[in-house]
Design a protein around this ligand. Structure first.
Ligand SMILES: [Zn+2]
Length: 96
């Protein structure tokens, strides 16, 4: 049984099964449904439940750091330039 709180967040979730022959099966399951661990692919092979889809998305959100947001606004060359400027200032300060 899912908690009521979970059911309110999302009624359905996409569940993926990876077939050993490279097929990916996707089904929308109710969050309250018992998701089978495997599914017979149309090619006859047994596709296995891909676990952690939700946690992956969650992790990406969590791991979205200041650095990621900085990268969206500035390219690497720009960042390197900024770093160089900082280093120049540091060196200048020490020498001065
Ligand atoms: Zn298959």
């Amino acid at each position: 049984m899912e908690t009521p709180a979970n059911a309110e967040l999302a009624d359905r979730k996409d569940v993926h099964y990876d077939c050993p022959n490279g097929h990916v099966l996707t089904f929308p399951f109710s969050t309250e449904a018992d998701v089978p661990l495997s599914w017979e692919c149309s090619c006859g092979a047994l596709a296995l439940l891909r676990d952690g889809d939700r946690s992956e998305i969650k992790d990406q959100k969590v791991q979205r750091s200041h650095w990621d947001m900085l990268l969206e606004r500035r390219s690497i060359p720009e960042l390197e330039e900024l770093l160089d400027e900082r280093l120049e200032l540091l060196r200048a300060g020490r020498i001065g």
